[in-house]
Design a protein. Structure first.
Lengths: 116, 108
C-alpha cells in the first residue's frame, strides 16, 4: 500500500525555520516526482514545490522562492521541505503528494503555525 | 500564471440528485486538468485527470468533460459520501501549478 507520512510541523515564530519530512512507502520512491501542497485554514489548495525523481530538478511557487528548499533522500525514501524566514501567511497544513503533474496520492498533512 | 475559477462556490443538492460543477481557466490548458475531492479534516483525493479519465477506484458516477478553458465535473447521483469540497487543477503550463478556489457541495 502506498503511504505518505508527514512530520515536523508545529508552532514557530515569524522569521523562524522549520523542516518538514515526508516518509514514503509502498512504491519505488526514486522513480517519482514529489511535491508539497499547502492549505491555509479555511482556504483552498496552493502548490508549493516539486522535485523530480532522479534528476533532482526543483520548482517553487513565487510565494516561497528563496525561502523554502525542497529536497529528497532516495536512500531513506524521504522528502523534505526546509522552510526559512517564515511568515504568518505561511500558516497552513502542508501535504506531501506523489505523482506529477497531477497528485495521485496525498499524505495526511502536518500543520505549521507561524505566530508570535 | 493560469488562474482557475470555479463556480458556483457552493452547490446545494439533495441526495440522489445530480450535480454539475464548473471550472474555467484564464488561458487554454488543453485537456491538462485534474479534479480532487476533499472532505473535512482529510487530504484531497484525486478523482479525474486528463479532464475526463477517472483515477483508480473512483466510481462511475463521477465524470469529467471539457477542454481549452471550460471544464465540468458531473456527479450523476449524489451519495452521502459525495458531500465535500471539489477542486480543479491545471497542469498545462507550470510552474506554477494552480488550483481553483473550490466548490462546496452541501446537502440541500
Amino acid at each position: 500500500e502506498v503511504q505518505l507520512l508527514e512530520s515536523g510541523g508545529g508552532l514557530v515564530q515569524p522569521g523562524g525555520s522549520l523542516r518538514l519530512s515526508c516518509a514514503a512507502s509502498g512504491f519505488t520512491f526514486s522513480s517519482y516526482a514529489m511535491s508539497w501542497v499547502r492549505q491555509a485554514p479555511g482556504k483552498g489548495l496552493e502548490w508549493v514545490s516539486t522535485i523530480s525523481g532522479s534528476t533532482l530538478s526543483t520548482y517553487y511557487a513565487d510565494s516561497v522562492k528563496g525561502r523554502f528548499t525542497i529536497s529528497r533522500d532516495n536512500s531513506k525514501n524521504t522528502l523534505y521541505l526546509q522552510m526559512n524566514s517564515l511568515r504568518a501567511d505561511d500558516t497552513a497544513v502542508y501535504y506531501c503528494a506523489k505523482d506529477m503533474p497531477w497528485f495521485g496520492i496525498w499524505g495526511q498533512g502536518t500543520m505549521v503555525t507561524v505566530s508570535s | 500564471e493560469i488562474v482557475m475559477t470555479q463556480f458556483p462556490a457552493t452547490l446545494s443538492v439533495s441526495p440522489g440528485e445530480g450535480a454539475i460543477l464548473s471550472c474555467r481557466a484564464s488561458h487554454s490548458v488543453s485537456s491538462n486538468l485534474a479534479w480532487y475531492q476533499q472532505k473535512p479534516g482529510q487530504a484531497p483525493r484525486l478523482l479525474i485527470y486528463g479532464a475526463s479519465t477517472r483515477a483508480t477506484g473512483i466510481p462511475a458516477r463521477f465524470s469529467g468533460s471539457g477542454s481549452g478553458t471550460e471544464f465540468t465535473l458531473t456527479i450523476s447521483s449524489l451519495q452521502s459520501e459525495d458531500f465535500a469540497v471539489y477542486y480543479c487543477q491545471q497542469y498545462n503550463n507550470w510552474p506554477p501549478l494552480t488550483f481553483g478556489g473550490g466548490t462546496k457541495v452541501e446537502i440541500k
